[in-house]
Design a protein around this ligand. Structure first.
Ligand SMILES: CC(C)(COP(=O)(O)OP(=O)(O)OC[C@H]1O[C@@H](n2cnc3c(N)ncnc32)[C@H](O)[C@@H]1OP(=O)(O)O)[C@@H](O)C(=O)NCCC(=O)NCCS
Length: 183
């Protein structure tokens, strides 16, 4: 199977993490607006950021059950502005889950749309994925608008699905099939 990473788009390169990504990665992981609906808490330690980068440098993209996070870089300036993540389900490896995070300064410029579109092309083509899913907090408008713009279908609204430290949070669940994406 070919693994054509880096992936290119009009404005972006989606590539493996590098040691030099530590500063931007550590910085947006510690931004309260970026972390608001995510599964990490602030402060996100620098050591943990370093460890994650080390891990992602050696991970095999598409190994079932293993999360692969790729850095998103602006072609024009070579700045690392965020990441996309995906993992193939261990028991059903033709099903993948995705996520995307950008540093706040780069929001609302269509960059996530561009990055995740390319990621979906990659998953459906290179990994023969049948179905891609994503979940998000119903208050995370940016996230579900992005998914809906990409053609994902809202398939579930799980009520009080997980404990957020002081209250139970709901969750939206989205999916898209290969044939729907290719259409
Ligand atoms: C979610 C996130 C990646 C979106 O990135 P982005 O680059 O700003 O998104 P885009 O500019 O590509 O916009 C995609 C669509 O979502 C819409 N959108 C983006 N942010 C929005 C917001 N805050 N409110 C309403 N709509 C929004 C855009 O208008 C666009 O739809 P349109 O083309 O119909 O106008 C970004 O907000 C982010 O990194 N958030 C923090 C991390 C996070 O919560 N990630 C999701 C976890 S699954």
């Amino acid at each position: 199977m070919t693994m054509p990473i880096p992936l290119e788009t009009e404005r972006l390169v989606i590539r493996r993490f590098q040691d030099a990504d530590l500063d931007p990665f550590y910085s947006y992981r510690n931004d309260t607006d970026v972390a608001k609906y995510q599964n990490w808490s602030i402060p996100f330690p620098r050591e943990e950021a370093k460890e994650r980068i080390k891990e992602m440098k050696s991970v095999a993209p598409g190994a079932p059950g293993v999360m692969c996070q790729l850095a998103v870089e602006l072609q024009a300036t070579c700045e690392m502005v965020g990441d996309v993540a995906f993992w193939l389900d261990k028991r059903e490896p033709r099903r993948a889950t995705i996520g995307c995070t950008l540093a706040r300064a780069y929001w609302r410029q269509g960059l996530a749309l561009e990055a995740v579109s390319r990621l979906l092309d990659y998953l459906f083509t290179e990994h023969n994925i049948h179905r891609v899913v994503a979940d998000c907090d119903p208050d995370n408008t940016a996230s579900f608008r992005l998914l809906e713009r990409l053609g994902f279908r809202r398939e579930g609204h799980f009520v009080e699905s997980f404990w957020l430290g002081d209250h139970w949070g709901d969750e939206y669940y989205y999916g898209i099939l290969e044939r729907e994406w290719k259409k």
